[in-house]
Design a protein around this ligand. Structure first.
Ligand code: EPU
Length: 333
């Protein structure tokens, strides 16, 4: 294991923000991780770097999790239990599952990031969330060095949320994640408007058809982080009370919305941001994506603070225009 000093993290975060890590180490096995965490507790973990906005140099030891491996743990007639190591690229893992005809993750194709960080924010897209197929994960408790297994219930999944973003934040390192997938009788989820449109001429879509549809939709709306730095949706879609929604729709009859429960309505933040005139706006090195207003982008050499200031301006404007608070979804560091 080689500790590097004063290296740029530009290639380790999908926003492409150039900040310095004073010390940086890549970990390729559980044993290496165990050795490091037995000596050093105050560390900064980096996986795929797809859900963070870096605003300053990192003084802590940066530990880049690069453990690899996918195995089938168990199976019966209908289901297969597949475990992937934390450092596996998420999309590569989904592709592997689709190619084996294991169903459940195909709607989550092309989401940037790694397997190990996917449960932290319960990644989701096109009517499916990670929690729908998540079976369990193993994580290392940094303080004690003990390994704990977390079931679906233990993770307390919510909309872009889990126990690892709340009470257990910074306490565990996720080592591997197990998914319960289907071998036959796949439960296809193709009700999402855009997927339905792409698949309209295919009679019995396969997992691969769905995955390809999702890839083409994502490619048409979302910028490729390899070309334009970004972190996906920068904000969460706000959930407001029915009473507030009645006032909103009276003023803006066309507001798109999804009913979450009897009392709660979800409003697409992208619509609020577009209505406020930010969609496609460019401020030199950074801006708001032209095809999806929920995505802030780095065109080259933006700093994390510049992007954070833009996010603050958007939050302030949405508050003034709609009386709605937008919550930042990415981790601002
Ligand atoms: N909309 C606009 N203008 C925009 C963008 C969206 O008016 O610029 C409105 C449209 O009415 C559209 C609706 O918002 O119909 C929903 O847009 P979209 O289908 O693009 O989804 P989203 O709500 O903006 C969420 C997730 C995405 C996920 C998509 C598809 C969050 C924070 N974001 O976006 O996740 O891919 O749904 O399921 O929930 C991510 O988390 O990084 C991410 C990309």
């Amino acid at each position: 294991m080689n500790t590097l000093e004063n290296i740029s993290l530009k290639n380790y975060n999908t926003f492409g923000i150039d900040v310095i890590a004073k010390r940086f180490i890549t970990v390729n096995s559980f044993e290496e991780l165990k050795t490091i965490t037995s000596k050093e507790k105050d560390i900064f973990l980096i996986g795929g770097g797809s859900n963070m906005l870096l605003t300053s140099a990192i003084d802590k030891l940066v530990v880049h999790i690069n453990t690899k491996g996918i195995i089938v743990n168990d199976q019966n007639t209908n289901n297969v239990f597949v475990t992937a190591e934390a450092g596996e690229n998420w999309h590569d893992f989904v592709t592997w599952c689709v190619n084996q005809n294991y169903g459940g993750l195909e709607n989550l194709s092309l989401i940037p990031g790694n397997v190990g960080t996917s449960p932290i924010q319960n990644i989701g897209a096109y009517g499916v969330e990670l929690k729908d197929t998540f079976y369990q994960l193993e994580a290392l408790e940094i303080e004690t060095g003990k390994i704990k297994t977390f079931t679906n219930t233990d993770c307390k999944f919510g909309y872009r949320n889990s126990v690892f973003k709340n009470e257990l934040k910074g306490k565990y390192i996720i080592l591997n994640v197990t998914f319960k997938l289907t071998k036959i009788a796949h439960k296809l989820n193709i009700s999402y408007g855009a997927i339905k449109d792409v698949l309209k001429n295919i009679e019995n879509p396969s997992l691969k058809d769905i995955s390809e549809a999702v890839i083409s939709i994502r490619e048409s709306k979302l910028p490729d982080p390899k070309k334009i730095g970004n972190s996906g949706s920068f904000f969460k879609n706000p959930i407001i009370s029915k009473a507030n929604f009645e006032q909103l729709i009276a003023k803006f009859p066309k507001v798109p919305h999804y009913v979450v429960s009897e009392k709660e309505i979800k409003i697409p933040a992208g619509w609020l941001i577009e209505q406020s005139g930010f969609k496609g706006k460019r401020y030199g090195n950074y801006g708001v994506h032209e095809n999806q207003a929920l995505v802030l982008v780095n065109y080259g050499n933006a700093t994390g603070n510049e992007i954070f200031e833009l996010a603050s301006l958007i939050q302030k404007t949405i508050k003034e225009n709609f009386h709605i608070s937008l919550e930042i979804e990415v981790n601002v560091i």
